[in-house]
Each structure stands twice: as structure tokens, then as C-alpha cells.
Design a binder for this molecule. Structure first.
Ligand code: ME8
Length: 504
């Protein structure tokens, strides 16, 4: 029995509504999760929310609400978006879940007993919006080097986690596991970062300064630093303790999908935390790029966000999924443009895919009253080969974390099938009463459409469902359903509605 495929999104801060950046990461993970289910594997896909720390505390205060009330109101907004855009997660973890909080405390006690945690003085500069401490040397002209805003000087006693003890180990580990941090350019960035001595991580905040967080065990005057708390979700969400059945069957994670903004936490802090706890490393930390607008990262603090609810309202779920999955190569930045989204909608979705499906079913309707004809059969089916090659390409592209490449392979079949219609000219065959040839052409076309419905399931689940319904097939297809030649004569297939009515 193979280990289940375990994939995670970051836990999103609930200090603002989710925007297309969050939707992007979650759609990517959902697509990989669906693809592995499609392959017949057991999958555990976890997402959730990061609910502690200064940012959340400030957002709650700004609305004059208790932090817990505030987060309880925000979480459903995230869940609603995931429902709308077809995200099928297996578990939604919140860092305010009592089970998570307990595991964080257990882990801290374990690290203390291993002497990986010590108490010391922290002197530094703090950037509240970024929640980052900086040393004097790291500041950029006295400002936060990340966001260039003002920083505050701080000196306080705190608990520290001995990252430095594990620096050499980590460099060695990354060097020996080239698939651990991907893409390669990001791996190189992490290795460059690790050329400098690693400072120990301050993992508490005095409660007097920040009260919204998990209490440090035996020292309630401290709360746990939000990043230390949040990273632990990846094991607490599967009931970490080395002894539980769930943990031992799901861990190690196959993919931690993250944006490049939080790679350091996932490729430096997290592996060291795991190493110190004697927990196996995840297979891959995969960093994708940023969606930008006019060169700036789409982000709540910059206030240039795009609301995915609105995009879905205007163009539908699959239009958003198609655009985000296909427009950039995973790992690279992409410049977000609604105009381009509309262009792709009209050309790739409406003209190519939508037309193909409608053409195939309407011609069956027109020439055979919607019933699959029985024909003498055919010796040669040019699309069949293309379709089976497509499955292999999709498999390879997905294994290499390139969903855009997988979509290209699917669209190459969509376009080939449209060309096939142009070449075969079924309307001429009908006029000349070449019934057998006409039947063969339509069967060939409909088989292609049907298998497109199957393969689209991980990427465009709504369109996949609509196509499969036309053929009376169930949702959630697996690769077993990806079989050419199972359309039975006399099966009735309705014309259906256009999948993507054009947008002006
Ligand atoms: O960082 N383009 O939460 P967060 C692409 N709570 N992806 C983007 C994006 C953009 N413009 N903006 C955000 C946190 N994202 C922590 C994580 S994990 C244990 C704790 C996505 O709400 C991307 O995945 O700021 C990024 O890493 C994440 O949202 C940050 O979400």
C-alpha cells in the first residue's frame, strides 16, 4: 500500500479577506490533490488559517472586536471562497483549534528537554506589518528591509530556538536532496542565505506586548511567536505524536506549497524544527511566484488586491482556475490582468473547448437525433493516439510540478479535435449521405470530448462535471475511466448548454 499523498497550503492570515494570491496557492494544491486522486491514490489535502499574532490582534482591534470573535467571523469567508472555487480539502486546520495549541505546547516542552530552547535577551528592530525582527545591520536606511516602513527598537527577554545548532546539517541535507526545495533557483537562494551564520530564532513575545497567542508552557507571561505556532500545523493537523496512526500513515508531507515570500520559514525554520524533533523531512517545499499588478505584489498591505469572489461572479470558477493555473509557469511571477483573463476566456475556453463540446454534441443531435450510431467501425482513429499521448504528457508535467504544461497538452488535443472537424467536414459527409464515415467521425470526436471531460477534472472541475454529465458519467473520474472506445451505440447524448458563453 502506497503512502497517501499529503499536500498542504500555507495557513492564511485572517487579517483580511482572501485575494487572488491566496486563491492561486489553494487552486494549485487542489489541482495536485485532485490529480493524485484521479490516479487512484489516497490523498490528504490540508489548508487552514493562521489566527494568532500581531497582525490579527491589530485587525481585531481596528474593528473593536475580541480577537477570538474576529477570527471566528473571518474563517467562514475563507471556507466560502474555497467552496465556491471547487477546493476539495480533507481537513481545514485553524491555529486556534485546541488540539493544535496542545501539540504546539507539547513540542515546545520536547525541544526544551532536548536543550534546543534557551532564554536570552533580544535586542533588535521590529517591523510590525511584516512581523519581522531585524538586526541593526539588516536595516535598510533605518527602515524595514522588506517593506521599507518604520521599525521600532526592542530589548526584551525571550525564549530562543537554537537554529544555529543545525545550520551545517541543513546545508548538507539540502545539498543531498535536490528535490527538497524547488524550484532550483529558490534552492540556490536558500543555500546562499545559509552561507551567513544563522541567528537563533526568537520564539516568544512577552504577553505584556502581545496577548493574542498560544501560552508558552509553564511561562504564561509569554505567548508563542506566530510563525513557530503556525508551522507546527503541518504535523498537528495529522495528529502528531509519533505514535498516532494518522501521523504515521500521512507523514512525511509530499508537498508544502508556499509563496516565495515565506520560503525561508519553510525551508530553514521548519526543517530545523523537524530535525530537532527527530521527525522525517517533507519531500518537497515548493515555492511559487507572485501575482503582481503594475510590478507590485498583490497584497493586502499594499491594498492592490483582486477579489476572487468578484472574478468568479463575472466569469465563473473555471475561468479563474484556468487563468491562474495556465498563465504562469509554476515558480515564476505573473502580472495579473483581467483583460488577459477575458481574452483567454474567449479564445481558449469559449472558442476552443466550449465550441468543440457544443459542435460535437450538436452534430450528433442534428445527424443522428442525439444517439450514438452503430457503424461498421474504423481502422484508423487519428485522435485516439493524440489522446493517449496526452495522458502521458499530463502525468509527466504534473510529476514535474508544471500544471501549465499539463494544460497545454490538453489544449493541444482540444485544438487538434477542432482541426479534425474542419478537415472531415461532417456537414459534407451528411450532405453526401456517407453515414458510416459520418458516424465514425462523430464517435471519434465524442470519444475525444468525453476523455477531455475526464482529464479536465483536476484542472477545471466544473467543466469536467458538465462534460461528464452529457455522457451520463459520474463525477470524480479516475484514470481507470480514461479508456478510449467505451461509448455504446444508441446512447443518447444531449446537446447541452454552451460551457463558456462569450464575454464582451
Ligand atoms: O504568510 N501572489 O499568510 P498570508 C501569489 N500566515 N501568492 C500569494 C500572493 C501573491 N501576490 N499573496 C499571497 C502567511 N499569496 C502565513 C503563513 S504557513 C505556516 C503561515 C499566497 O495570509 C502565497 O501562498 O500572508 C503566500 O505564501 C501566502 O498567500 C501568504 O499568505
Amino acid at each position: 500500500m502506497n503512502k497517501p499523498f499529503y499536500i498542504t497550503t500555507p495557513l492564511y492570515y485572517v487579517n483580511a479577506r482572501p485575494h487572488i494570491g491566496h486563491a492561486y496557492t489553494t487552486i494549485l494544491c487542489d489541482t495536485f490533490a485532485r490529480f493524485h486522486r484521479f490516479l487512484g491514490e489516497e490523498v490528504f489535502f490540508m489548508t487552514g488559517t493562521d489566527e494568532h499574532g500581531t497582525k490579527i490582534d491589530q485587525a481585531a482591534k481596528a474593528q473593536g472586536k475580541e480577537a477570538k470573535l474576529y477570527v471566528d467571523e473571518m474563517v467562514p469567508v475563507f471556507k466560502k471562497l474555497w467552496d465556491i472555487i471547487g477546493i476539495r480539502y480533507d481537513h481545514f486546520i485553524r491555529t486556534t483549534d485546541p488540539s493544535h495549541q496542545e501539540i504546539v505546547q507539547t513540542i515546545l516542552k520536547r525541544l526544551e528537554s532536548k536543550r534546543d530552547i534557551y532564554k536570552g535577551n533580544y535586542k533588535g528592530w521590529y517591523c510590525t506589518p511584516c512581523e519581522s525582527f531585524w538586526t541593526q545591520l539588516q536595516l535598510a536606511g533605518g527602515k524595514c528591509p522588506d517593506c521599507r516602513r518604520d521599525v521600532q527598537e526592542l530589548c526584551e527577554e525571550n525564549y530562543f530556538f537554537k537554529l544555529s545548532n543545525y545550520q551545517l546539517w541543513l546545508v548538507d541535507y539540502i545539498g543531498k536532496h535536490p528535490g527538497f526545495v524547488l524550484p532550483k533557483t529558490r534552492q540556490n537562494e536558500i543555500l546562499t542565505f545559509l552561507e551567513q551564520p544563522l541567528e537563533d530564532l526568537c520564539i516568544t513575545r512577552p504577553r505584556s506586548r502581545l496577548s493574542w497567542g498560544i501560552s508558552y508552557p509553564e511561562s504564561p507571561e509569554y505567548v508563542v511567536y506566530v510563525w513557530f505556532d503556525a508551522l507546527i500545523n503541518y504535523v498537528s493537523g495529522i495528529e502528531y505524536s509519533l505514535a498516532t496512526q494518522k501521523f504515521s500513515s500521512f507523514w512525511p508531507a509530499d508537498v508544502h506549497m508556499v509563496g516565495k515570500d515565506i520560503l525561508r520559514q519553510h525551508a530553514v525554520y521548519w526543517p530545523i524544527m523537524l530535525k530537532a524533533l527527530d521527525i522525517e523531512m517533507p519531500q518537497t517545499v515548493l515555492a511559487h511566484g507572485w501575482w503582481t499588478i503594475e510590478g507590485s505584489k498583490v497584497s493586502k498591505s499594499r491594498g492592490n488586491t483582486v477579489d476572487p469572489f468578484e472574478i468568479v461572479n463575472r466569469y465563473g470558477v473555471d475561468a479563474l482556475r484556468y487563468y491562474l493555473l495556465h498563465e504562469v509557469k509554476l515558480g515564476f511571477d505573473g502580472s495579473y490582468s483581467e483583460d488577459l483573463l477575458v481574452e483567454r476566456f474567449n479564445s481558449d475556453l469559449a472558442n476552443d473547448l466550449g465550441n468543440l463540446v457544443l459542435r460535437a454534441t450538436s452534430m450528433l443531435d442534428r445527424y443522428f437525433k442525439g444517439k450514438i450510431p452503430s457503424t461498421a467501425g474504423q481502422d484508423h482513429s487519428p485522435l485516439k493516439k493524440k489522446v493517449s499521448e496526452m495522458l502521458e504528457i499530463v502525468r509527466n508535467q504534473m510529476r514535474d510540478f508544471q500544471p501549465e504544461g499539463a494544460i497545454d497538452a490538453i489544449w493541444s488535443v482540444v485544438r487538434e479535435a477542432n482541426r479534425f472537424v474542419e478537415q472531415k467536414k461532417p456537414w459534407v459527409l451528411a450532405r453526401e449521405r456517407q453515414q458510416d464515415e459520418l458516424g465514425n467521425v462523430l464517435i471519434e470526436l465524442l470519444e475525444t470530448v468525453r476523455l477531455l471531460g475526464v482529464i479536465l477534472f483536476p484542472f477545471l472541475p466544473m467543466s469536467s462535471r458538465k462534460i461528464l454529465q452529457l455522457f451520463g458519467m459520474k463525477d470524480d473520474p479516475t484514470v481507470k475511466e480514461f479508456k478510449w472506445g467505451t461509448l455504446k451505440p444508441n446512447t443518447q447524448i444531449d446537446k447541452g448548454e454552451p460551457l463558456f458563453p462569450k464575454v464582451e
